[in-house]
Design a protein around this ligand. Sequence first.
Ligand SMILES: *[C@@H]1O[C@H](CO)[C@@H](O)[C@H](O)[C@H]1NC(C)=O
Length: 120
Amino acid sequence: MRAFTFTNTSLLLSIPNSLLALLASNRTLTVHCLHVHVLPFYPRSKIVVISVGEDTFAASELPFLLSAIRNVHLILRDIGIRSISVSTTFSFFNIVTTTFPPSATTFKEPIGEVVIQPLL
Ligand SMILES: *[C@@H]1O[C@H](CO)[C@@H](O)[C@H](O)[C@H]1NC(C)=O
């Protein structure tokens, strides 16, 4: 991270899936994580996105995804940081059943019901 200080390189930070349940439920821990892994480098490093979790989610992790995203987003705003977006990362092919024809595409379960539907 320090290597990117004062460079114009946009950074996407990724939070491992193993932390989703804790980030969803423990505000103290979430605040601590952001203080250790983001604040020392911001704004000198151009962090533009934090991805909460990444790609291949276990069914047991999915129920925590939206709460974890919400908590990270709210705590960043509380700290006064508005320029970092908070999202997650999916491989499109990992979350749909079929890609052709497009009209036949559906989201795989449980991700469709637990994550995509609440976002729509
Ligand atoms: C939340 O995380 C903090 C810091 O790691 C820990 O001390 C505390 O026990 C945790 N609280 C709960 C309810 O797990």
